[in-house]
Design a protein around this ligand. Structure first.
Ligand code: ADP
Length: 323
């Protein structure tokens, strides 16, 4: 980056020097013109060109050089800034790609290794029912982690290829949220307390599968980024024709600077070498896309006294009760 700023300073100084040269050249030309006029009159004692006209002409040329030069310089600086921005963006993207490949390799390897170990143990040893059930349930949960990872990768490819279609229908969101929590989420939440505050009878135009994916991603993050035994609160409220689904955790929270970046594809807070949590940086990218596809908004804010709240704002069906 230092090289870039040195280059811009060099160009500005060079521009100043050129402007001075052009101005000086103009001055010389005017002086020569004056001499020619003097020679042509063949009266050596004839007065030189009117001094006022001379300085006026010089002034005009001076401002012409400055005006044209400034526009040229401005275009040059804008061009340089655009190139710099593109370069920085490309660098960040390539770093994120690298991080993604590292984490995806790890993410795919670790459940495969766990499942393999569980199956080998089941094959070789005779275990009592309790141990057997534990191994089977661990292997199943690793399998669903693998499946959700593959789903997220496929969904990202579809989103990037503009190949994703939403199939919305009018749904009782209160019921959908409650049943998703009861059937798919609560059974896996063995290390956290779940509190639900779901207002009944709220309808919205929602894609059934997309909504499940939004909820699963937000819940997975709430679990991953908050300590064991802490509380996760899921709520559904309405506010001025909007429905707000909020997932609040009691984790370490997200700094203001990171809040702006966590929705970027592959972005993960922290360093790949020191990070302890598993992930690919796709969850919030997908979630934000899906919420927007519902004409909604995904908002992140601090929880009180600590933690993070993710809020999904979508339009409410007006005739909740009647339709
Ligand atoms: P992943 O969880 O696979 O890293 P996400 O796209 O879901 O990817 O999240 C991006 C980043 O945002 C995460 O790496 C994490 O640092 C941060 N993040 C997401 N949700 C939370 C949360 N509830 N609390 C704290 N940090 C979070």
């Amino acid at each position: 980056m230092l090289v870039f700023y040195l280059l811009v300073t060099y160009v500005i100084l060079q521009f100043g020097w050129w402007a001075y040269l052009i101005y000086d050249l103009n001055k010389q030309i005017l002086l020569q013109k004056q001499e020619i006029v003097q020679l042509e009159t063949e009266h050596f004692d004839a007065p030189l060109l009117d001094h006022g006209v001379f300085t006026q002409e010089l002034d005009k040329r001076f401002w012409m050089v400055i005006g044209e030069g400034s526009i040229f310089l401005l275009i040059l600086i804008l061009g340089a800034l655009t190139i710099r921005k593109t370069f920085v963006k490309e660098m960040a993207l390539s770093k994120m790609h690298k991080n993604f490949l590292l984490s995806i390799t790890h993410e795919l390897n670790s459940p495969i290794a766990s499942i393999k170990l569980a199956l080998q143990t089941l094959e070789k040893r005779t275990l009592d029912n309790e141990k057997r059930n534990l191994l089977v349930s661990n292997a199943l949960s690793e399998t669903s982690r693998l499946a959700s990872l593959v789903d997220n990768i496929l969904l990202t490819t579809k989103i990037d290829d503009s190949n994703f279609e939403l199939h919305t229908e009018k749904i009782d969101l209160s019921e959908l949220l409650q049943s998703n929590l009861d059937r798919s989420i609560a059974p896996k939440l063995s290390n956290h307390h779940l509190i639900t505050k779901i207002e009944k009878g709220h309808f919205a135009a929602v894609d059934f599968l997309a909504f499940a994916s939004i909820l699963a991603n937000l819940m997975e993050n709430a679990v991953k980024y908050s300590p064991e035994k802490s509380t996760i609160t899921v709520s559904l409220t309405s506010q001025q024709n909007k429905l707000i689904v909020a997932v609040a955790d009691e984790g370490a929270g997200i700094s203001e600077a990171e809040k702006a970046r966590i929705f970027d594809k592959f972005y993960r807070v922290g360093n790949e070498d020191t990070r302890k949590t598993k992930g690919t940086g796709l969850g919030l990218y997908i979630t934000k896309y899906l919420v927007r596809a519902h004409n909604g908004q995904l908002i992140v804010r601090d929880n009180q006294p600590k933690g993070t709240v993710f809020e999904v704002h979508i339009n409410q069906f007006q005739s909740d009760a009647t339709e």
